[in-house]
Write a protein that binds this ligand. Structure first.
Ligand code: PXP
Length: 250
């Protein structure tokens, strides 16, 4: 069922290296070192989420990543004035806009583009002018995808969290429904001219079905890889994810 599948890029999200560092303060473990190892292990890009509360990645981390990594940086951030200024100062390769709630443990849902169209269009325009590829992290819903196109995003990242949760909890019907939504909406978005990425919650068990979707050209994966790194080391953990992605997308 391969439909014009392109190379599938792996963006490694290094936020949780910073989470471990921040648990103690100080400099270790260093997210920049993790990014360099990820590159050696076959990552195609590095993703980092500068949250408003700076709970993991810091402003200095972003500066060091921009200055010192050889691969594109995908800066995840909320659509706030403060973050826009930071993005315009650093001009990362990509900016992925995500919803942010202070009390959440991780990014829980997708961005509601429909309800904020005008504001997001104004927010995105200067980022595009500065040369950043702007991506919106959204649920696999046609109204959100159409709105993403209208506000000028070049990329959407489909939220795979509900699909991964359904797998982890053994909810088979929900799993099938969520996977189908991502499959159908990836095709729909590509037909509208949007580049399609996916991410959130992906593991060795859940990555292959998503990697098989030909319209998806990038996966952003973090928490599971950093967890695996505790047992197997970061480079082998990433290399195994890359192997599974390649097996699903020959
Ligand atoms: N993509 C986006 C937009 C995210 O916000 C996150 C989490 O920061 C990820 C991908 C990676 O998710 P996970 O850490 O669960 O692999």
């Amino acid at each position: 069922m391969i439909r014009n599948a392109q190379y599938l890029r792996l963006g490694v999200n290094i936020d949780h290296v910073a989470t471990v560092r921040n648990a103690r303060g100080g400099d270790n473990p260093d997210p920049l070192r993790a990014a360099q190892l990820a590159i050696e292990a076959g990552a195609d890009g590095i993703t980092a989420h500068l949250r408003e509360d700076r709970r993991h990645i810091s402003d200095t981390d972003i500066e060091r990543l921009i200055e010192q990594i050889s691969l594109p940086l995908n800066l995840e951030m909320a659509a706030t004035t403060e973050m826009q200024k930071i993005a315009l100062r650093h001009k990362p390769h990509a900016v992925c806009l995500v919803p942010e709630k202070r009390e959440e443990r991780t990014t829980e849902g997708g961005l509601n583009v429909v309800s904020e169209e005008k504001r997001l269009a104004q927010f995105i325009a200067p980022l595009c002018t500065a040369g950043c590829r702007v991506s919106l992290f959204i649920a696999a819903q046609s109204d959100q995808i159409e709105a993403a196109k209208r506000v000028g995003a070049q990329v959407i990242e489909l939220h795979s969290g509900a699909y991964c949760d359904a797998y982890a909890e053994g909810r088979h019907e929900d799993y099938d429904r969520e996977l189908e939504a991502i499959q159908v909406m990836a095709k729909f978005a590509q037909e509208l001219g949007l580049e399609v990425h996916a991410g959130h919650g992906l593991t060795y068990d859940t990555v292959m079905a998503i990697a098989e979707i030909p319209e998806v050209v990038e996966l952003n994966i973090g928490h599971f890889l950093i967890g695996e790194a505790i047992f197997n080391g970061l480079k082998p953990a990433i290399a195994e994810m890359r192997r599974r992605m390649n097996a699903a997308r020959p």
